[in-house]
Design a protein around this ligand. Structure first.
Ligand SMILES: [Zn+2]
Ligand SMILES: [Zn+2]
Length: 340
């Protein structure tokens, strides 16, 4: 099968992913094999290729927003049928019996495996996953629309949940890429009276934010007309953390949606950034429940991801555009025969 592999970490500019041919994998036990149609790109892929996240070993095939059809079943697999359209997220497997898994927090499982980091990912024609970690894709989404729902969307949904918003509270979104442009659609549906401020660089990102319902847009260093009750940080940089904290109202909360930050977090000042019971929380990964709740919700509230697609041989170029903040909405790699 055609696949990409990362043999050695390197800057995205050095085009570190190699195209190659690998044996088509065979499903064992409860695994299913997926014929991959498309795979969405994510900032976490940049962390993987550049070495901020460490795979168990190299080479590895990255990619963790996988949409495809079930094409072969392991001898014990019975949950899906051949031909079913399914998606795979960043959570590839969790142990199901540690204290975190038993408490419904399998996103924190010590033994969890991560798609495209510690388990083979979706930048390949075929991939394997345990049947319990694959989700039906609602019929109203095309393959390319569904791909960004599987990380940008699901992790965005978890971010909104952890933000603990009351309708009417002022919400601030820092960064406006794949995840935030889906999150704003969740917010407009679930918290219709909440004013939304979007802090982002780039006129095209601000225009998209306005089109999707932001009441105010500015750069991360700007001050909006009112303090922020709930801030969500989707940027890959550390600088936005003190910027967001400084704008929080008393009792406000900042939720940080990033597995790694590409630049350090500047020092915090107790009075400017933390005093008055401000909260900070990071979002770590996703659970199966997040995916199973979010995908039907996305269909019900009519989320429409904005997607830029790339041909199979353009992966390195697409990752570079993502790193440079040039992708409008979400980037998706076409792998099997799939709609453009
Ligand atoms: Zn991701
Ligand atoms: Zn566990």
């Amino acid at each position: 099968m055609r696949a990409y592999i990362l043999e050695q970490h390197g800057t995205t500019e050095s085009a570190p992913l190699q195209r190659t041919t690998l044996p088509t994998p065979r499903p064992k036990g409860n695994q299913i094999r997926i014929k991959v149609s498309v795979c969405g790109l994510c900032h976490t892929d940049l962390d993987t290729v550049e070495g901020r996240l460490q795979p168990d070993g190299l080479p590895v095939t990255p990619g963790h927003q996988i949409v495809g059809t079930v094409d072969a079943l392991g001898p014990q697999a019975s949950k899906h049928r051949i031909g079913d359209r399914i998606g795979v997220t960043w959570l590839n497997w969790a142990c199901t019996h540690c204290k975190y898994c038993r408490a419904g927090r399998e996103n924190l499982c010590d033994r969890a495996r991560w798609t495209g980091l510690t388990a083979p990912g979706g930048y390949a024609e075929y991939t394997l996953v345990h049947e319990a970690f694959a989700y039906p894709i609602p019929t109203s989404f095309s393959d390319t629309e569904a791909a960004p729902l599987l990380c940008a969307g699901v992790i965005g949904y978890r971010t909104v949940h952890l933000a603990d918003i009351a309708n009417g509270q002022t919400i601030g979104l820092f960064g406006f890429g794949a995840s935030a442009h889906i999150v704003i659609q969740i917010l407009k549906a679930q918290y219709p009276d909440s004013p939304i401020c979007v802090f982002t660089r780039g006129d095209h990102h601000r225009k998209l934010a306005h089109d999707l319902g932001a009441g105010w847009t500015g750069s991360p260093a700007d001050t909006p007309p009112t303090p922020i009750d709930r801030a969500m940080d989707f940027t890959p940089v550390g600088e936005t953390i003190p910027q967001a904290l400084a704008l929080l109202a008393p009792g406000g909360r900042l939720v940080i949606n990033a597995i790694r930050k590409q630049t350090p977090v500047p020092p915090l000042d107790y009075v400017t950034h933390l005093w008055h019971e401000r909260h900070i929380l990071s979002v770590a990964n996703v659970t199966r429940r997040d995916a199973l709740e979010f995908l039907p919700l996305a269909e019900r509230i009519g989320i429409r991801p904005q997607v830029e697609t790339f041909a199979f041989d353009q992966l390195n170029e697409a990752l570079l555009r993502l790193k440079q903040g040039e992708v409008q909405g979400a980037a998706v790699l076409r792998i099997g025969e799939s709609p453009a």
